[in-house]
Design a protein around this ligand. Structure first.
Ligand code: 5AD
Length: 335
């Protein structure tokens, strides 16, 4: 047997010590081997195909006050919006016409807003029976998860953010508990949603041990999707003075997760691309297989700034998509 990367590929798991070595190594050739193995496994599974998801940031109204997040309720510097029904349908229509057949409706955590979204989800389902409808609306009561599922949603993204309860408590107000989030994830799965979780990389006070706990949680939950990106400070939050997470470490984590869960949908996230100009292609070359171009109307993008720099590339969806397809072509991938 060769390196740790080979061992991880072969066994689809590693002991904690091995994971720690991969996360902390200064050996560039080992890192390159990790990425190469992950890329090969992704290609075995999916070919050189990248899956697109249309991100529609439907509302920034949020009842939570996560200490890292720019749309936390204490931030009074942003205008709060919810897209009207017609606009949401238009975003879906744009996406569908451009060949993007998964719509991701993302928003702040707002239980009443989520209930109001249900008939719109039903309309999307009726208009595009073949589309996948993914929701990312935070923690909601089980009845609301059920209502949205019955309305036609079939996937749900709810990042766990960190799998260590003490670390979780440092990033969130006391009212939020890791336990509740994990209970929501189990509930979602039992309702038949394909489910996604994931953590921020390099969030304040995060240790390698925390990241190993995150990887173990993902390994045991076996989510269909894994959303992971670097922490990026936002000036209007209590954690705004902490440094950003490392893009290189984020890439290692994509590779580790690809080797553990060969079939998972792993996006090269917007946060990664915000810190690294070639983040999307670097993510793919490290084993990611999904990209989520933004279909939110440019007029409200600025109000959905989760972190610094996020709203910077304010291009229209179609334009962004063309650039993306060219970028992918350069590294030999297609949609
Ligand atoms: N940096 C990076 N990611 C962030 N998110 C929220 N705030 C930040 C930030 N400052 C991520 C969280 C959340 C998702 C919608 O955006 O992981 O789950």
């Amino acid at each position: 047997m060769g390196s740790l990367a080979d061992e991880l590929r072969e066994r689809k798991t590693l002991d904690d010590e091995g994971l720690r070595d991969l996360l902390e190594t200064g050996d560039d050739s080992l890192v390159e081997e990790l990425h190469r193995n992950a890329r090969e496994v992704a290609t075995e599974q999916f070919g050189r195909v990248i899956w697109l998801r249309a991100l529609i940031e439907w509302s920034n109204k949020c009842r939570n006050d996560c200490l890292y997040c720019g749309i936390r309720k204490s931030n009074r510097d942003i205008r709060r919006y919810s897209l009207p029904r017609e606009t949401i349908l238009e975003c879906c229509d744009n996406a569908w016409r451009l060949g993007v057949k998964t719509f991701v409706l993302q928003g702040g955590e707002n239980p009443n807003g989520a209930v109001a979204l249900a008939p719109i989800v039903a309309e999307i389902r009726a208009s595009w029976p073949e589309a996948a409808i993914t929701l990312s609306l935070g923690e909601l009561p089980p009845d609301t998860f059920r209502l949205l599922r019955r309305s036609g949603a079939n996937r749900y993204l709810l990042r766990h953010e960190t799998a260590d309860p003490v670390h979780y408590a440092r990033l969130h107000p006391a009212s939020m508990k890791l336990e509740n989030r994990l209970a929501c994830l189990r509930e979602l799965r039992s309702l038949g949603y394909l489910t996604g979780l994931g953590m921020m990389v390099g969030s304040p006070w995060q240790t390698t041990g925390d990241l190993i706990s995150d990887i173990r949680l993902i390994e045991s939950f076996k989510p269909e999707m894994i959303g992971t990106g670097p922490f990026i400070p936002h000036h209007a939050t209590p954690l705004g003075h902490f440094p950003a997470g490392s893009p290189e470490l984020t890439l290692r984590i994509y590779s580790i997760l690809r080797l553990m869960l060969p079939q998972a949908w792993i996006p090269a996230t917007t946060a990664l691309a915000t810190l690294m100009p070639d983040g999307r292609t670097a993510g793919i070359l490290a084993g990611a297989n999904v990209v989520m171009p933004n279909f939110t109307p440019v007029t409200v993008r600025e109000e959905y700034s989760l972190y610094e720099g996020k709203s910077r590339p304010g291009a229209e969806a179609a334009e962004t998509l063309n650039l993306l397809i060219k970028e992918l072509d350069k590294i030999g991938y297609h949609v």
